[in-house]
Ligand binder design. Structure first.
Ligand SMILES: *Cc1c(COP(=O)(O)O)cnc(C)c1O
Length: 355
């Protein structure tokens, strides 16, 4: 079965080798306070930074999931007011978390499948944190990196957090303009779920310290202060997902060997192949009408009956995602992650072809 699902998705082709190495090295048994773990932690942090092009002073924290990262960002980067760009289920989740944590959260909401008129959106002057989803996995809308830079330039006094869960390591993010970014490993990194990765700069740490000084909670299980003090020793506050961190370092090293430029080019080529197939198919159409907003990593396709298509594809050993939420019956979502190959995409095209 070829998993073209938007996460969990296809595992990295070397996953069995990495698991064998993990077993041979007793990764499941070593202490998370040992030198051996510290080396694994450091290797993972350095390769994540290198792959994403983040500066050497970017802090990398390991969490339980990307959803946890949303909660930690709200707790540590915003005392009172956050602002959210919402255009689907995942950006909505970020917004909901801020409200549940008692923040005075505001949002600009676009319809599913749409982007944002960034220059026309008025962000409250007292908002401390702006939250944006680079790739809205529920609908297949990808925000242009240039818009993210402009957003920060127009709001220099606010922290900017970007969800890169279903696009990392693809986006060419400028870490001079992004204060916090996060992803989880079951999407483009081709690993089993259970590890979230959060990158933050010093401005986020200063904000967390400032909130903490006022007596407001920045989180108990994980907060930026405790994560930082352990990260300085290449450790984590709790017993972490050591296996997940080990596997992440291995996958990042593989991806770095291929090179991020090559990975981006290959992603673009496969995406182009997918969209031109969809556009030429009598019963399929890209859900996102504006070409510049069409995701290269989660291609969302409008079909008359998603279930029929999905079953037909599954019989031919191709597993795709159904639409998200209200779009369950009308959309197929096809992932185009780093682990996917031109042959995987071709398998979808062959199985889905109407000729
Ligand atoms: C999958 C996904 C999440 C949630 O990731 P978890 O690891 O399940 O917490 C958040 N944001 C986006 C854009 C996603 O695609």
């Amino acid at each position: 079965m070829i998993f073209l699902t938007p996460g969990p998705s296809k595992l990295h082709p070397l996953y069995p080798d990495f698991m064998k190495q993990a077993a041979d090295r007793h990764i499941g048994s070593i202490s998370h306070r040992s030198k051996e773990f510290e080396k694994i932690f450091q290797a993972a942090v350095e390769s994540v930074r290198a792959l994403l092009g983040a500066p050497a002073d970017t802090h990398v924290f390991f969490l339980g999931s990307a959803t946890e990262a949303m909660e930690r960002i709200v707790q540590n980067c915003c005392a009172r007011k956050s602002f959210h760009f919402v255009n689907g289920a995942f950006s909505e989740r970020f917004f909901e978390i801020a409200k549940e944590l008692g923040r005075d959260a505001a949002a600009y909401t676009s319809s599913p499948g749409e982007g944002f008129p960034f220059s026309a959106v008025s962000i409250p002057p007292d908002a401390e944190l702006i939250c944006l989803t680079h790739n809205e996995t529920s609908t297949g809308v990808m925000i242009d990196s240039a818009d993210i830079i402009r957003l920060k330039e127009q709001n220099p006094g606010k922290l900017l957090a970007v969800d890169i869960v279903s696009s990392a390591p693809y986006p060419l993010l400028s870490y001079n303009h992004v204060d916090a970014a996060f992803f989880s490993v079951q999407k483009s990194f081709g690993l089993p779920a259970g590890l979230g990765v959060l990158l933050v700069n010093d401005a986020c740490l200063e904000k967390a310290a400032e909130i903490s000084r006022t007596g407001q909670s920045i989180g108990s299980y994980h907060n930026f202060a405790s994560l930082l003090s352990f990260a300085k020793k290449n450790q984590t506050p709790e017993t972490p997902n050591v296996l997940g961190i080990f596997l992440l370092a291995k996958v990042c090293e593989e991806l770095l060997r291929i090179g991020i430029e090559t990975l981006r080019k290959q992603t673009d080529e496969r995406a182009q192949r997918l969209y031109s197939f969809v556009e030429s198919h009598a019963a399929m159409k890209p859900f996102v009408s504006i070409k510049a907003l069409r995701s290269t990593t989660v291609v969302t396709i409008e079909v008359p009956d998603a279930k029929i298509f999905m079953d037909r594809l599954a019989r031919l050993n191709v597993q795709v995602g159904l639409g998200y939420g209200a779009f369950k019956d009308k959309h197929l979502r096809v992932a185009n992650f780093c682990t996917h190959t031109a042959a995987d995409i071709q398998a979808f095209i062959t199985a889905g072809s109407d000729r």
